[in-house]
Structure formats: structure tokens, C-alpha cells
Design a protein around this ligand. Structure first.
Ligand code: RIB
Ligand code: CA
Length: 327
């Protein structure tokens, strides 16, 4: 209930949110980008920053440019960021997202180029010049870019309103190891830097994304839009969900990253608890694990809002309605 009170206040007040989306597109990242770019009344997307993750940086950056082209929002700049994690050897998820990082559709080289300069320099420049606590960051991949910006210019926290992260797992268990979720596992050192920065943090972990699953009817309602965006998303999701449905024996697949954007648009769809979160970056079985003190056993600082439930049909109704606004 805390989430509904805190988050809805901002959304209901009609407050338009300045937003930077950091992403490793990625099937579910593209759905999240389309949802955000289809919602200009609530979200002023200042830029998309890209990071290596699901696939290598050249392809995540191309896919981000594709998403903004498909959304008809080519005025939004895309800045390429970190090509690899802070410390660990890079890992990718081509087995899930395909060699091009976008399953189910044919990719092409978008006409609009990347913006000049690195994502890290963009983050530092923009956050340092922003009014105090005015910019929201949505992190949809490994947190390397924000971590590098925080290391180089820790004062940027002054420009940050809050950071909403797709990542982590507690009740659900992991999706890349028994305990670790991919974005955390791909760069736990970066996740620790962000966690230690003291900014307002909200996590949408597998605990909630694995409760917001596709179904035949939900995919049909998207396909029935009869527009390009609906066709792209239903084609992408029909391919993307196969691996998770087999792996977990689920009746449908999660659309992880889009839940972050849905949370920003309609926080009342979600619920969670302010808890202490810690991240394990030690080599070994629990590498990349998010340790969540759900029952406040250790009485440590409650440094994050951990979302563990969501209204699945409400999510898909929102996603469908917004995709319907695109071409
Ligand atoms: O574990 C799911 C996360 O890893 C999502 O962000 C997906 O895009 C992958 O990056
Ligand atoms: Ca992602």
C-alpha cells in the first residue's frame, strides 16, 4: 500500500517526470522504450543511454535507435555507454534475446545516428546542470553507466529525483543462477556503487516481473491493435517468452523492463515494502545475489523500496492502450 500512496501522488498530481532511460535492448527493453515513448504527457524522456548486457554495445545501441524510430520519437537522443562491466568478465544473453538482441523481428540500421559523446559524460553533464532532485533514472540493464558516472562525479546525486531499477530477486530466486538475476549478475559491482550512493531507489525484481505474465488473450489484445507497434511487440514477445515458459513451466512469459515504465506511469498497479537490500559481489555461488531483509531481521538501514506484487491485467491494459497511441 505504501507504493500506491507514495507513487500515485506524483502521477495523480499530473506532474510530468523528466526521465533518462538506461538500457540494454533487448526484447523487453524495447517494449519498455515503446511504452515510455508513447507516454509523453507523463514522461519527458530526455535521452536513452545504452549499455552492453543482453548483447554487445553496438547492438544494444542500434536496438535503442530502432525503438525510438518505431515510436516516431527520433528527437530523443541515444548515447552509447559502457561496453563492459566494471570488474567481471562480460556476459551476454543471446540465447534469450537472439544474436541481434531482438527476437521475432527483422532489424535494420536506423537512419538517425547515435548522439555524440558517451552516455557517462551525458549523465554527468545533465545531472550536474539539472535542478535539485529533478531527474528520474530508469535502469533496465546492468548498472555500469550510472556507476561510472557516480564514481567520476559523486555530486550528480543532487540532480537525481529517484532511480527505478529492473533487477534482483528474493522470493522468486534467480534467472541466471539459482539466486541471481541477470542485470545484477552481469555487473554486481556497479549495482553496489548505485546502492551505496544514497539516492532514492526502487527495485522491480523477478519477484514482481514473474507475476506479470503474458497470456494468449493478453498477446491477442496487443495484436488486435492492428498497428505497427502492436505487431512488433506481439512478434517480439511471442518469441522472447518461449525460453522462460520452458525454464519455469510458466503459462506465459515476463516483460521485465516494461514493469519499470508501468510503475512510473501507474504506481498504484504495484505494491512493495521499504527494506534493506545488499548485493553480493564475492566470487562464488551467491555472486550477484540481492540479499533482501524483508522482515527487518538485522535492523539495518531500509535503503530501497522492493516491489513484490503487481496487477498483471492492469499492466497489459496500460501497455495495450499506450501502444495503441503509436503508429
Ligand atoms: O533479468 C531480466 C533482465 O535481464 C531484463 O532487463 C532483461 O532485458 C535482461 O537485461
Ligand atoms: Ca534489460
Amino acid at each position: 500500500m505504501l507504493v500506491a500512496l507514495l507513487g500515485a501522488t506524483a502521477a495523480q498530481a499530473g506532474e510530468k517526470r523528466d526521465l533518462i532511460i538506461d538500457s540494454d535492448p533487448g526484447a523487453d527493453d524495447v517494449v519498455a522504450l515503446l511504452l515510455a515513448l508513447a507516454s509523453p504527457e507523463e514522461l519527458n524522456v530526455l535521452a536513452i543511454t545504452t549499455v552492453a548486457g543482453n548483447v554487445r554495445l553496438d547492438k544494444t545501441s542500434r536496438n535503442a535507435r530502432l525503438a525510438r524510430e518505431w515510436a516516431g520519437r527520433e528527437e530523443v537522443p541515444v548515447y552509447a555507454g559502457a561496453p563492459k562491466p566494471l570488474v567481471r568478465t562480460p556476459i551476454y544473453a543471446e540465447d534469450i534475446h537472439g544474436r541481434e538482441g531482438l527476437p521475432g523481428v527483422t532489424v535494420h540500421e536506423p537512419s538517425k545516428a547515435l548522439a555524440d559523446g558517451s552516455a557517462v559524460d551525458y549523465l554527468i553533464r545533465t545531472l550536474n546542470n539539472a535542478p535539485p532532485h529533478s531527474i528520474t533514472l530508469a535502469l533496465l540493464g546492468p548498472e555500469t553507466n550510472l556507476a561510472l558516472a557516480l564514481i567520476q562525479a559523486p555530486e550528480i546525486t543532487r540532480g537525481i529525483k529517484e532511480v527505478v531499477i529492473m533487477g534482483g530477486a528474493h522470493f522468486n530466486g534467480g534467472n541466471i543462477t539459482p539466486v541471481a538475476e541477470f542485470n545484477m549478475f552481469a555487473d554486481p559491482h556497479a549495482a553496489q556503487v548505485v546502492l551505496a550512493s544514497g539516492v532514492k531507489l526502487t527495485y522491480l525484481p523477478l519477484d514482481v516481473t514473474h507475476k506479470i505474465l503474458t497470456s494468449e488473450s493478453r498477446l491477442k489484445q496487443i495484436d488486435a491493435l492492428n498497428n505497427q507497434a502492436g505487431k512488433l511487440v506481439s512478434d517480439i514477445l511471442n518469441e522472447y517468452i518461449k525460453a522462460d515458459m520452458v525454464q519455469y513451466g510458466l503459462p506465459g512469459g515476463p516483460v521485465h523492463d516494461a514493469s519499470v515504465i508501468a510503475y512510473l506511469l501507474k504506481p498504484e498497479l504495484f505494491s512493495g515494502r521499504q527494506v534493506n537490500v545488499a548485493i553480493d559481489s564475492r566470487e562464488g555461488l551467491t555472486f550477484g545475489q540481492t540479499v533482501v531483509d524483508w522482515y527487518d531481521t538485522l535492523k539495518h538501514d531500509k535503503n530501497a523500496l522492493w516491489i513484490e506484487n503487481g496487477d498483471a491485467q492492469g499492466f497489459f491494459d496500460l501497455l495495450t492502450e499506450r501502444l495503441g497511441r503509436l503508429k
